[in-house]
Each structure stands twice: as structure tokens, then as C-alpha cells.
Design a protein around this ligand. Structure first.
Ligand SMILES: [Zn+2]
Length: 293
């Protein structure tokens, strides 16, 4: 993928050096109390002691701040890459919303984290993989996931990474269009199997929207190089949500539906979006019979 030298998004929020803590109000109070007690035992004025603490530690229940180490060259590159891809999605979706949806696009934030993070959807472990939380309109991403994609999921390549980001932004687009809400409503009255099928439709639609993004980014910026389409379709094949769910373990969050389409379906819908770039086709995901997807 050609990406260097393009605009980087300002919507990337780096929380990699914040530890996700318990989301209980006053959680930091215990720490404060212990420090005051310890200070009194030592005969030190607690006020003085508190003033010397690094900012944000005792009273911020959500985070403990560590001095962020300098990123190595590879990580810096990766962060730039993510910021450029996010900026590309902003450009494409701003234009498509203006021209076809008739309301302005609200750009999502992309939160970088490591190990675990607090979102409006709950605390999530990096093991859940990248996810979108409709509650705060943020995309959450641990950069080490890309290394896993290459090594574990056999889905290497920068365009494979761009596809993953575009898929999560696709969930944001669904949220803005009210589609996720609509599906959620339908799921409440559906049987377990039907609810599951609706989740699959929503996931495939996010793949389709990733394809639509790629189509327009290519049209306006010629972002693709030889082999890029193969990288993305291979990734669509290799990283189904089922694979991610199996690795979930400690994650408590249910960020987006963890049910998925088959590899063939995921490739088909991404490719369809990529080929046509036609946003109107997104309704097909909910109009076609389930076995025709
Ligand atoms: Zn998804």
C-alpha cells in the first residue's frame, strides 16, 4: 500500500502507557489512603508527599501513568501508518456522507492501547482483537495485533492491516446510519439462531463497507499496489471473529458481534464493496435470504 507522505489523522488517542484499572468510583481513594497512612507513620506531612506524586496516579481510578518509553523506529512507523489509514477513512466517509447520506460524518477516535483498556463497553483485554465500541464511538486497537496477524493468522501485509482498521470504522458507519441499533432491536425479539444470523449480516456489512472505503481511497488517492487486494482478501479469510473469540480468555467486553461469516462470505462482501464502491448495495446484506449471502 502506498501510504507515506499523506495526512495523518488527529483522532488517534495514544493510551498505550495507561493501565486499565477498576472502573469503580473512588478506586484510587484506597491508594491515597494508604499513602497518607504510610506518610503519617514516617512522620512526613502527607500534603508534601502527595504533591510529589506523579500527576494522575492517586486520584485517577481509570489509569496509572508510567513514563512512556521512546518508541522504536518500527513502532513509530506503525503508528504513522495507522494514523494515515484513519485519515483516509475520514476523507472517504466525509465525502460519501456528504454526497449520499445527506448528513455530516462524525469522525471516530482510534484509541491505541496495550494489554487492556477501559471503554464504554467495559474493560477489554487485547486478546479480543481490535474492536469498535458504539457507546463511545471509539475504535480500540493494540498495535501488537498486527504482529499476531502476520505470525499467527498468516495474514501479513500493510493492506491487510488497513482492511482491519477499515472494518472497525465500518462498524462506526453502521452505528451512525442507525443500522447497529436496528439490528439490536430485531435481535431482542429473535430466536438465538436468528439473532446470530443478524450478527453475521452486520459483520459482513462491515467487510463490505471496508471494501467501499478501499474503492474510493483508490479512486481518489491510488493507495493500492500490486498484491494489496490479495493481502486484504487473505486477511478476510484468515481472521474470522471465531478465531479471535477462541483466544479471548480474560476479555470481559462484548464489543461487536463475535459471530462471523464464512471465509468465503467475508471475501465476497469485501470484494463486492471494493469493486462497486456503491454504498446503496449495503442494504442487500439484510435483504438477501441468509443462505444467499
Ligand atoms: Zn466486526
Amino acid at each position: 500500500m502506498r501510504w507515506e507522505g499523506r495526512r495523518e489523522s488527529e483522532n488517534v488517542e495514544d493510551r498505550r502507557h495507561m493501565r486499565a484499572g477498576p472502573m469503580i468510583a473512588g478506586g484510587g481513594g484506597i491508594v491515597t489512603l494508604i499513602i497518607i497512612v504510610a506518610a503519617m507513620v514516617l512522620g512526613i506531612n502527607p500534603q508534601q508527599f502527595m504533591a510529589n506524586l506523579p500527576q494522575g496516579v492517586p486520584n485517577d481510578p481509570a489509569a496509572q501513568v508510567e513514563a512512556p518509553p521512546e518508541d522504536d523506529e518500527q513502532t513509530k512507523q506503525l503508528k504513522s501508518f495507522v494514523s494515515v489509514v484513519l485519515a483516509d477513512t475520514e476523507d472517504v466517509w466525509n465525502e460519501l456522507f456528504r454526497a449520499q447520506v445527506g448528513k455530516p460524518y462524525q469522525e471516530p477516535k482510534l484509541v491505541l492501547f496495550s494489554d487492556s483498556v477501559n471503554s464504554a463497553c467495559g474493560q477489554a483485554s487485547a486478546a479480543v482483537g481490535p474492536f469498535y465500541c458504539p457507546g463511545d464511538s471509539n475504535v480500540y486497537l493494540d498495535l501488537t495485533f498486527f504482529e499476531e496477524m502476520r505470525a499467527k493468522f498468516k495474514a501479513p501485509g500493510d493492506f491487510a492491516m488497513a482492511y482491519v482498521i477499515a472494518h472497525e470504522v465500518g462498524h462506526h458507519v453502521q452505528n451512525l446510519l442507525g443500522l447497529s441499533m436496528e439490528v439490536q432491536k430485531q435481535q431482542q425479539q429473535a430466536s438465538k439462531v436468528e439473532a446470530n444470523n443478524l450478527s453475521v449480516r452486520l459483520e459482513l456489512q462491515a467487510d463490505f463497507l471496508a471494501g467501499v472505503f478501499a474503492h474510493h481511497a483508490q479512486r481518489t488517492k491510488e493507495i493500492m499496489e500490486r498484491g494489496d487486494i490479495e493481502e486484504a482478501t487473505n486477511a478476510a479469510q484468515q481472521i474470522g471473529d471465531d478465531t479471535l473469540q477462541r483466544r479471548m480468555g480474560a476479555g470481559r467486553v462484548q464489543p461487536d458481534a463475535f459471530t462471523h461469516g464464512s471465509s468465503a462470505q467475508r471475501v465476497r462482501w469485501f470484494s463486492k464493496g471494493l469493486k462497486s464502491g456503491n454504498l446503496e448495495e449495503l442494504n442487500q446484506l439484510f435483504e438477501l435470504p441468509y443462505d444467499k449471502l
